[in-house]
Design a protein around this ligand. Structure first.
Ligand SMILES: [Zn+2]
Length: 120
């Protein structure tokens, strides 16, 4: 290494610059990223990881127990047989979540419907 004057600025001669280490692409299990991204869909997970340079592994492992359990709960409610055909014979009750809380700050409401009269 030798110092010299380059247009009034000290400079170094005979310096061999080593190439910087190339960043390595992280690999993460698809299932882990799916959970980290709050159970986002497969296309969303893949796009997010592509943008930030994460390589997904085991993409076919996209079975999500929480999703399946949630869907089964929905199916049970939809397929329940109607018992009776008079008002107040059969009443359905469901909770509704609201993305935007009400002016009082409530995020959930209860929906009650009489099946025979369709009264809410
Ligand atoms: Zn999920």
């Amino acid at each position: 290494m030798e110092l010299y004057n380059f247009n009034g600025v000290p400079a170094i001669k005979n310096v061999v610059l080593k190439p910087k280490a190339m960043p390595t692409m992280a690999t993460v299990l698809y299932r882990k990223m799916h959970r980290r991204l709050i159970h986002a869909g497969k296309a969303t997970v893949e796009e997010a990881c592509r943008r930030i340079g994460i390589q997904l592994t085991r993409k076919n492992d996209d079975l999500c127990e929480g999703y399946i359990v949630g869907k089964k709960t929905d199916e049970i409610g939809k397929e329940a047989p109607i018992q009776g055909d008079e008002p107040l014979d059969f009443i359905r009750v469901d909770t509704v979540s609201h993305r935007v809380p009400s002016h009082l700050g409530y995020k959930y409401s209860i929906h009650i419907i009489d099946v025979a009269s369709n009264y809410h």
